[in-house]
Design a protein around this ligand. Structure first.
Ligand SMILES: NC(=O)CC[C@H](N)C(=O)O
Length: 205
């Protein structure tokens, strides 16, 4: 099987860290800014950063609609933090003019953890990986407030202020999203999980 080519949406955010993590997970990784570059990759990572800015730049650079079309056609995409917001069909506490790519039937609340805690780190048990928790780095992170029936919950965190838990990782078909940033740690198991998703998608095509 040939090595999958995975783009990182490079409009804004922590692009370089994702390029490194993907390369370490044995993918060919390259930045994507324009529609022509998007057409040349098998899959895409949408990094962390600021989703309002990313939304604005995606519209300005003319990649928003091509991205929506690729998602509709089944391209695997992994979004971290702001990237998770970009993959949400619905967002709460967004800016009025903020658009998302969408694709995952979920409602995501921006800066949801931010009010109590600007940033924090926590071990996260992640379905589909070995039992060892992932080191979750949460930076003004969103959480998933509601999911549709087709969405698989991969990780939850106990809520700081009550009995319920907060969804912090989901998958729907070829779309993967985490509230946290595995690219900022040396543990690239989540990137490897995504690379396997891409390989399976390419093998089935
Ligand atoms: N680390 C991040 O990606 C933060 C996301 C940011 N709070 C947003 O709304 O886009």
């Amino acid at each position: 099987m040939s090595t999958p080519v995975i783009g990182v949406l490079a409009l804004q955010g922590d692009v370089r860290e994702h390029l490194v993590a993907l390369a370490e997970a044995d993918a060919l990784a390259r930045p994507v800014r324009r529609a022509e570059e998007l057409a040349e990759v098998d899959a895409l990572v949408i990094p962390g950063g600021e989703s309002t800015t990313m939304s604005k730049l995606a519209l300005l650079f003319g990649v928003m609609d091509p991205l929506r079309a690729r998602v509709a056609a089944g391209m695997p995409v992994y979004g971290t933090c702001a990237g998770m917001i970009m993959l949400a069909d619905k967002i709460l506490d967004g800016r009025e003019d903020q658009e998302t790519v969408g694709g995952i039937d979920m409602t995501v609340r921006r800066n949801a953890f931010g009010r109590q805690n600007e940033s924090f780190e926590s071990g996260v048990a992640f379905q589909g990986l070995d039992a060892d928790p992932v080191h979750g780095v949460f930076i003004r992170a969103p959480w998933v407030e509601a999911v549709g029936a087709g969405v698989e919950v991969l990780a939850e965190l106990p809520a700081a202020d009550g009995p319920e838990s907060r969804i912090v990782a989901v998958r729907q078909g070829n779309l993967l999203a985490t509230s946290f940033h595995p690219e900022l740690t040396g543990d690239h198991r989540v990137h490897a999980y995504f690379v396997r998703m891409v390989e399976e998608h390419l093998a089935a095509a």
